[in-house]
Design a binder for this molecule. Structure first.
Ligand SMILES: NC(=O)c1ccc[n+]([C@@H]2O[C@H](COP(=O)([O-])OP(=O)(O)OC[C@H]3O[C@@H](n4cnc5c(N)ncnc54)[C@H](OP(=O)(O)O)[C@@H]3O)[C@@H](O)[C@H]2O)c1
Length: 259
C-alpha cells in the first residue's frame, strides 16, 4: 500500500503537512523523536480524516536512523509515493560559541538524513506511477546569515541538492520540490534559542504552519521545483539573488545580531 512519509511530523510545519496530506486521503507514516506527540497527532488525523496512520519514533540525527525507517517500510510492505523531508532545526549564536557537537548533530539532521532518506527511497519511487519528494529548506538558505551560519549553509545545501535532483529526475515518475518557508509560527525560535527581540520580530511576520502546508502540498503536487510561501518571503528570496551580497548579509546580520 502507498503511504506518504513525513519526518518531523510531531509539531509545526511537518504536523500541518501531515494533516494537509490526510485531507487529500493519503495514508501516512509519521516520524519524529516524541512518541507521545506523534500518537496525539495520529489519533487526531484518524478521527478527522479516517486515513491509516503509522507512527515511528526516531532520532533522525543518528547515523542508522534513515536505514531503520526504510527497513520498517520494507518489513511492512509500505511503499512511499510521497516523502517529505521536513525534520530540522536551527541554532542561533556565534559559530565558535555554540557547541561543535550540537552543530554537527544539526548538520546530520538537516542535511545527511535528507540525502540518505532520498537515496534509500528513490529506487522504489521510480517504480511508482507518480511519486513526490518535498525537501524543506528555508528562506535562510538564499543568503549567508551571521549567527545562523551553519543553519543557513545547511539550508543552501538543501536548495541546491533539491534543484539538482529535480533536473536529474525530470524524465522519471519522481517529482522533487524544495519548500523554503520564511518565519512560521512554530517552536523553531525556541529550539534555536533565539532571544525575545527576535521572537517579537518573528511574531509580527510569521505565517501559520497550516498556510505554509497548504501552499507546500499544492506546489509539490504541481511538480514545482521551488516553493516559497508568502509574497514577502518570495520577494526577499528574489532580492537576495540580485542585490549585492554584502548588502543582503548586513541586513540579515542586523536581524540576527546577538543583543
Ligand atoms: N518555523 C520557521 O520559521 C521555519 C522557517 C524556515 C524553515 N523552517 C524549517 O521547517 C522545518 C520544520 O520546522 P518547524 O518550524 O516546524 O519547527 P518545530 O516546530 O520545532 O518542528 C520540528 C520537527 O522536527 C522534529 N525533529 C527535531 N529534531 C529531530 C530529530 N533529531 N530527529 C527527528 N525529528 C526531529 C521535531 O520533533 P521532535 O522534537 O519530536 O523530534 C518536530 O516534529 C525545519 O526543517 C526548519 O528548518 C522553519
Amino acid at each position: 500500500m502507498h503511504y506518504a512519509i513525513v519526518t518531523g511530523a510531531s509539531k509545526g510545519i511537518g504536523k500541518a503537512i501531515a494533516f494537509e496530506l490526510a485531507r487529500r486521503h493519503h495514508a501516512l507514516l509519521l516520524t519524529a523523536r516524541s512518541q507521545e506527540l506523534l500518537e496525539d497527532v495520529s489519533e487526531k488525523i484518524r478521527e478527522q480524516h479516517g486515513v491509516d496512520v503509522i507512527t515511528f519514533p526516531l532520532d533522525l540525527s543518528e547515523e542508522q536512523a534513515p536505514q531503520k525507517l526504510f527497513g520498517l517500510c520494507r518489513s511492512r510492505s509500505i511503499e512511499a509515493d510521497v516523502l517529505v523531508n521536513n525534520a530540522g532545526y536551527g541554532l542561533w549564536g556565534a559559530f565558535d560559541s555554540l557547541s561543535l557537537e550540537e552543530q554537527v548533530n544539526m548538520m546530520r539532521l538537516n542535511m545527511e538524513s535528507v540525502v540518505k532518506l532520498t537515496h534509500l527511497f528513490i529506487p522504489e519511487m521510480k517504480k511508482t506511477e507518480k511519486a513526490y519528494i518535498l525537501n524543506v529548506a528555508s528562506t535562510a538558505g538564499y543568503q549567508a546569515v551571521p549567527n545562523l551560519a551553519v543553519y543557513s549553509a545547511a539550508k543552501a545545501f538543501i536548495i541546491n541538492f533539491t534543484r539538482g535532483l529535480h533536473h536529474e529526475l525530470s524524465r522519471t515518475s519522481v517529482s522533487v520540490s524544495c519548500l523554503s518557508p520564511g518565519t512560521t509560527a512554530t517552536e523553531f525560535v525556541d529550539r534555536a534559542r533565539m532571544n525575545d527581540r527576535i521572537r517579537k520580530m518573528a511574531d509580527r511576520v510569521a505565517m501559520t504552519p497550516e498556510a505554509v502546508a497548504r501552499i507546500a502540498v499544492n506546489g509539490m503536487f504541481r511538480g514545482r521545483m521551488e516553493i516559497i510561501p508568502g509574497a514577502s518571503n518570495l520577494l526577499s528570496a528574489k532580492l537576495a539573488a540580485i542585490a549585492p551580497k554584502r548588502l543582503v548579509e548586513s541586513i540579515t546580520a542586523a536581524i540576527y545580531k546577538m543583543q
